[in-house]
Design a protein around this ligand. Sequence first.
Ligand code: RIB
Ligand code: CA
Length: 324
Amino acid sequence: MEKIILDCDPGHDDAIAILLAAASPAIELLGITTVSGNHDVDHTTRNALATCAVYGIEVPVARGASRPVVADQVLAIEIHGETGLDGPVLPPATFDLDERHAVDLIVDTVMSHEPGTVTLVPVGPFTNIALAARKEPRIVDRVKGVVCMGGALTRGNITPAAEFNVYADPHAADIVLRADWEVTMFGLDLTHQAQATPELQERVRAVGGPVSTFVLDIWDFIDTTHGGLLQLAHPAIHDACCVAALIDPTIFATEKADVRVEVAGRWTTGMTVCNFERMGGMRHFGGTARDQVDFRHTVATEIDHDRFCDLIVDSVQRLTAGLG
Ligand code: RIB
Ligand code: CA
């Protein structure tokens, strides 16, 4: 059983990450924390509660950072719409928000569980995770790991160099990637392989019911906004890859890497610079001892799309049957 805190900015693909976490018997969802990113934190928090209502789950949900650590705020309303989760019907919350700030929920949860048992899963800008590590540095050694959606090995999606989650708060990403915990990164080169193909959508449609309708309405909307962007044929289910990997790591191929974040590039702010261990030769980034290479992080490189789709269909079936 993987115990996780899902830190997110719902957000269409965030809602699919919540789906997998809520449905899987392999996941204990200890909490959901929200952050500004796809929309402001008021909208992402409301959307997280609405998503829980659709799935029929109740877990601690705590509102988090309303803006990046240093950078000016960047939102992705052009992609996710005026609500931040346009497309599906968004029901009212069925339970109250946790009274704590997201950072306090993260710190309290990690410090109250056995060392090495809780995984942090940021799938929006990493602001809350960075602030939690600053507020209580002991969580860095205590967590099992950090599994994040963010970054890219080659091209970005908000600038040619940067992926949105890292670009929206590059300083938070820098804090998270430089901390001593191990980060498993699901960047765009991987998540663009995780598309909601027509075949997958037909399998979800065949399940029927409100969860199926919610998921299909999510993909229909993204098809209208993503369509033509980024040369993606179908909606990329970015964030769900992180939870899928915690349910079944064998769905993905990974490599050890040293990953750095550019925080002050004229054209490259938010770029993740990945130096793979297999490359051997590039053992230095140059500069001081701090720049010596350290391949402690992991980067996901390939997905078994068929098994990923099976997981999504199974999740819709399980929540529809009330097994979440
Ligand atoms: O770049 C993709 C990421 O940005 C995803 O997490 C999506 O939800 C948006 O937050
Ligand atoms: Ca997200």
